[in-house]
Design a protein around this ligand. Structure first.
Ligand code: AMP
Length: 146
């Protein structure tokens, strides 16, 4: 019987096997028009995706709700803002992140409040994401086997 997270043999393991690698992660760049970001979000079906710079460093997150907020004028949605504003104008800069060698227990704590974490090194080089879904799936698998 497990009593605390510390009893879970997973908790000291690192998160590396759960990371969705950068080449499989939908992303946009800071200077993209909002229209492009909205298309990527709609076509991918994701709520939010990372914003990277030309050197693949993480710079922010863009989401459907941030874009809708930015389009809202005094009375109406102003569609022309989709082409006049860039991702950089609208993205959130405070991004939930984790290091690639972080322990599973750290990821689990952060994933309570975020549906995914960006995996970056000290220089913000982006190596992928860790989702709440894949983390919970691993715990579920573990609990069913023991
Ligand atoms: P999921 O747990 O698969 O529902 O993913 C949760 C959130 O993580 C999604 O809404 C996206 O914001 C993000 N996400 C998951 N997979 C990807 C991906 N391949 N590319 C970009 N963002 C992703």
């Amino acid at each position: 019987m497990l009593h605390t997270l510390k009893d879970l043999p997973l908790s000291d393991k690192d998160i590396a096997p759960l990371i969705i690698s950068a080449d499989k992660v939908a992303h946009v760049q800071m200077n993209n028009p909002l229209q492009h970001a909205l298309l990527v979000l709609i076509k991918s079906g994701y709520t939010a995706i990372p914003v990277l710079d030309a050197s693949y460093r993480l710079r922010g997150l863009i989401s459907k709700s941030l874009i809708l907020d930015a389009m809202l004028g005094d009375e109406d949605f102003e569609l022309e803002r989709l082409s006049t504003l860039t991702v950089n104008n609208v993205m959130a800069k405070d991004v939930p992140c984790i290091r690639p060698d972080a322990p599973f227990s750290k990821a689990l704590s952060l994933l309570i409040n975020h549906s995914f974490l960006c995996v970056v090194d000290e220089e913000q080089a982006f190596s992928g994401i860790l989702t709440r879904r894949s983390t919970l799936a691993l715990i579920s698998k573990y609990l069913h086997q023991h």
